[in-house]
Design a protein around this ligand. Structure first.
Ligand SMILES: [Zn+2]
Length: 313
């Protein structure tokens, strides 16, 4: 069995967001919203033996580690002042919301980082700050993973989890130059992560950005036991309607929850997995637990992830 901890459940910006006066953020600050504040999306997976793997590295990571006793350092010997149960990070995209937390982990701590070759390349070569992770040896050890190819996470004699990056149809982040973009593999831009417990075969899929659902992806969702899915926006026009953006939810690489061909409708028949929406934008009405939208998700068997939530796989 492995433990899955939700350390953060909101989309980039958090909830409330520092510069936002949308209905949700204003009501949360005023104490009139029946809902909870959320830090930016971050999941940790327990691999046994006090070893943990982070799924992405959020800008709120330092605070999230301090809020989670199991992720804090435990000195093991008199001469070992610095240590961490965090052994690895798996990246699902190069978005700042997923990688800025790596800089929080820069204090000369050995760390295994698993990502596609393209994501590794844009992080380490386009952003010189990240060289702070390569100052000593051992420090960050990058592993280039091909989508569809299995890799194992363990850190003891036996592997605990078998993982696989599932290619999605997303885009590279805006900070990547056109020149570099032309050299990168399109299927390595945004991936979901499948984690299978070696001892039981139970499976989780973590998919904080879901551009669309192919038949193959739907079959993979149907076959898993825990699905943590992109819940960024409720509706396709959520930001355009309040003039916050010219881009729809789909334009931004996030299939909306509601509406025709939204994730709620497309996945309405899947029965097997326990399922929860995560990576929820502060404008999303499901953050209000008295809203019709929140209640319709609950009625459809979906949970809404919140910070501190735990699952066993
Ligand atoms: Zn807001």
């Amino acid at each position: 069995m492995i433990e899955v901890r939700i350390l953060g459940s909101s989309a980039g910006g958090g909830f409330p967001q520092w510069n936002c006066t949308c209905t949700n953020c204003s009501r949360l600050r005023a104490g009139t919203l029946h809902g909870k504040p959320r830090s930016q999306a971050q999941v940790a997976v327990g691999l046994g033996g006090d070893r943990w793997c982070l799924l992405n590295a959020s800008p709120d990571l330092r605070f999230q580690i301090e809020a989670t006793a199991d992720l804090q350092p435990q000195a093991k010997a008199d001469d070992e002042i610095r240590s961490s149960p965090i052994a690895a990070v798996v990246l699902t995209s190069g978005d700042l919301d997923n990688v800025l937390g790596l800089l929080t982990l820069r204090e000369f701590q050995p760390l295994e980082i698993y990502a596609t070759r393209s994501i590794r390349q844009i992080i380490t070569s386009e952003n010189t700050f990240f060289r702070m992770l390569q100052r000593v040896n051992p420090q960050a050890a990058w592993h280039d993973m091909k989508p569809g190819e299995a890799f194992e996470l363990g850190f003891s004699q036996e592997s605990v989890a078998r993982c696989e990056l599932v290619p999605l149809t997303g885009e590279y982040p805006e900070y990547v130059s056109q020149e570099t973009r032309a050299t990168l593999s399109p299927e390595e831009a945004v991936v979901a992560l499948k984690v299978e417990v070696v001892s039981s075969g139970r499976r989780m899929i973590y998919c904080p950005a879901l551009p669309g659902i192919s038949d193959d992806l739907k079959a993979q969702f149907e076959a898993c036991d825990l699905l943590l899915l992109d819940g960024t926006f409720w509706s396709d026009d959520e930001l355009t309607r309040i003039a916050l953006s010219q881009r729809t939810s789909r334009d931004m690489g996030h299939l909306p929850i509601s509406g025709p061909r939204g994730s709620l409708e497309v996945l309405s028949k899947i029965q097997r997995p326990k399922k929860a929406y995560i990576h929820i934008n502060n404008t999303n009405p499901i953050l209000d637990e008295e809203s019709a939208e929140f209640m319709s998700l609950t009625a459809a068997g979906w949970g809404v992830a919140e910070d501190g939530m735990q699952f066993s796989l």
